[in-house]
Design a protein around this ligand. Structure first.
Ligand SMILES: Nc1ncnc2c1ncn2[C@@H]1O[C@H](COP(=O)(O)OP(=O)(O)OP(=O)(O)O)[C@@H](O)[C@H]1O
Ligand SMILES: [Mg+2]
Length: 415
C-alpha cells in the first residue's frame, strides 16, 4: 500500500493510499520545497488520496505545526472522496494542517476516534489524557477504569516523555482510535523535538547512532539521566503492546523501530523524522497487562483508611492529611510529581506534624514518572528513616502501591 508523491513547485500531490512508506517521501518533499526551494507557503494536495491512517498523519501534522512556527504555511486540499474528506476533518488533521480553512474537530466522532489534539503543558496533557479515558469509559460502558490501566499508564508515560525530553516547540500531538469491537486501542503521540537519539546522546549514551538509541530506549532502565528518569516509560509501553500481540512503533531521527507479530525490526532511514513518533496498539481484553509489563511482585491489596479532611492542619495527634488529588490535577507527569514532592518536603520539615498521611484517594492510577518524581525522589532526598517515620501513604490502590514501590526500589539503586 503506497501512494505516489510528487512535488510540483510549492505543491505536493498525493495520489493513492497514503501508507507508512509514504511519510518519508512526504517529509522529503516538504524539506525540498521549504529548505531547498525556499517556499514559505506550500500546498499539500490530498485530492487524489484514497486512504490515510493516523499513525502517518499525526507525525505529518506535528511537522507541519513546526513549519508554521517557522512561518511556513501549509494549505491543504482535502480528498475528493467524501468519506476520506470527513475523516480528515473529524480527526482534526485538516485543522492542525490548515487552520485558516478548517475549524477544529468536535471532541469525539464515529464513537471510536479521539481527534488529534495538541498539548504543550502538564495541565493540557492531563486534561487530554483524562478526556481520552473518560471518552473510552463512555464509549465502552461495560469497561471499568481498571480494565484499561495498561493503556492509561502507557499514554501517560509517552505523552509525559514529550514534555520531559523532547524540547518540542509545538509540544506534542496525541490521537486515539478504538477498534470496532472496542477492545483494541491504538494511540499515536508525535512531537517535533530533538528526538530519542539526540536525547540519549546528550546524557549517558554519547556517540550512539539513532538506530541504537531506539533499540536502547525500549530496554528497562535506559534513560538519558538516571537522576531524572528511570527508563520505564518506553520499556513498559513496548512490553504492553508486545504482550498484547499488537504493533508498537517508534520513529525518531533516522531510526524506525517496529514490533509486530512478535518480530522486532529496526531500520536506518535516509529521510529523518525531526522529533519522535510513538504509536502502538493495546488489547485491553487481556488481563494483567500492566503488572506483566512491569513485573510487579504479587502483594496483597491494602484496605483504604477513612477520609479525614484536614488540609494542612494537623489533628490533635499531630497527624496531617495530605490529599494528593487536591494538590495537582495530573498524576501522569514529572512536573506534577515535582509539585507534590516539593510540598511534601516542606511539610515534612515542620516539626508540629508528627505524621503526614499522604492520601491517594480517588486516584485510580499514577504514572511511573509521577511516582518517581513525587515519592521515590522524596524518599531519597529526606532519607528512608525520616520518610518512613514521617510519611504514610494511605488510600493507595494496589497498582499505585506497586508503581511507587518499583520507583523507590529503582531510585535507591541510583547513586
Ligand atoms: N519524545 C521524546 N523526545 C526525545 N527523547 C525521548 C522522547 N521519549 C523518550 N526519549 C528518550 O528515551 C529515553 C527513554 O525513555 P523512557 O520513557 O523509557 O525513560 P525516561 O523517560 O528517561 O524515564 P521514565 O519514563 O521512567 O520516567 C529518555 O530518557 C529520553 O532520552
Ligand atoms: Mg519516560
Amino acid at each position: 500500500m503506497t501512494a505516489e508523491i510528487l512535488r510540483d513547485g510549492n505543491t505536493i500531490n498525493v495520489r493513492g493510499d497514503f501508507g507508512f512508506a509514504d511519510l518519508s517521501s512526504m517529509l522529503a518533499a516538504i524539506h525540498s520545497a521549504t529548505e531547498k526551494a525556499k517556499y514559505t507557503d506550500i500546498t499539500l494536495d490530498f485530492e487524489h488520496c484514497t486512504s490515510a491512517f493516523a499513525r502517518d498523519m499525526i507525525p505529518l501534522c506535528a511537522q507541519i505545526l513546526q513549519k508554521r512556527r517557522q512561518h511556513i504555511y501549509a494549505h491543504l486540499n482535502l480528498p475528493n472522496e467524501p468519506k476520506l474528506k470527513r475523516l480528515f476533518e473529524k480527526s482534526n488533521w485538516a485543522h492542525l494542517i490548515d487552520p485558516r480553512r478548517n475549524d477544529p474537530a468536535p471532541p469525539d466522532f464515529y464513537n471510536t476516534h479521539i481527534p488529534a489534539t495538541q498539548y504543550h503543558s502538564t495541565d493540557e496533557q492531563s486534561k487530554i489524557v483524562n478526556q481520552i479515558v473518560e471518552n473510552i469509559l463512555g464509549i465502552v460502558p461495560e469497561m471499568q477504569r481498571a480494565d484499561f490501566q495498561a493503556f492509561e499508564w502507557a499514554i501517560n508515560e509517552v505523552t509525559d516523555n514529550v514534555l520531559t525530553h523532547s524540547f518540542s516547540d509545538i509540544g506534542g500531538v496525541v490521537a486515539l482510535t478504538l477498534s470496532k469491537d472496542k477492545k483494541l486501542v491504538e494511540y499515536i503521540v508525535a512531537d517535533a523535538g530533538i528526538g530519542i537519539g539526540n536525547s540519549l546522546r546528550s546524557g549517558a549514551y554519547k556517540g550512539i547512532q539513532d538506530v541504537q538509541a531506539v533499540d536502547l530506549a525500549i530496554k528497562e532502565g535506559v534513560t538519558r539521566d538516571k537522576k531524572v528518569g528511570q527508563g520505564n516509560g518506553l520499556f513498559g509501553s513496548f512490553e504492553i503492546s508486545h504482550n498484547s500481540n499488537r504493533y508498537f512503533k517508534i520513529r525518531s531521527g533516522h531510526a524506525e523501530l517496529t514490533s509486530a507479530k512478535k518480530t522486532l525490526r529496526i531500520s536506518n532511514l535516509s529521510v529523518p523524522y525531526n522529533g519522535c513518533l510513538i504509536a502502538g496498539e493495546i488489547d485491553f481484553s487481556i488481563p494483567g497487562l500492566l503488572a506483566d509489563a512491569l513485573k510487579f511482585s504479587g502483594e496483597k491489596h491494602e484496605s483504604p483508611f477513612d477520609y479525614i479532611d484536614h488540609k494542612y492542619h494537623a489533628d490533635d495527634q499531630g497527624i496531617l492529611r495530605f490529599m494528593v488529588k487536591d494538590e495537582t490535577n495530573s498524576f501522569g507527569s514529572r512536573p506534577a510529581g515535582t509539585i507534590v514532592r516539593n510540598k511534601l518536603r516542606q511539610l515534612s520539615a515542620i516539626s508540629d506534624y508528627r505524621k503526614i498521611q499522604v492520601s491517594l484517594e480517588g486516584i485510580a492510577l499514577i504514572s511511573s514518572s509521577f511516582a518517581d518524581e513525587a515519592f521515590a525522589k522524596l524518599f531519597k532526598e529526606i532519607g528512608p528513616l525520616t520518610f518512613m517515620g514521617k510519611i504514610e501513604l494511605v488510600d493507595v490502590s494496589k497498582v499505585c502501591k506497586d508503581l511507587i514501590d518499583k520507583a523507590v526500589l529503582q531510585r535507591m539503586k541510583v547513586d
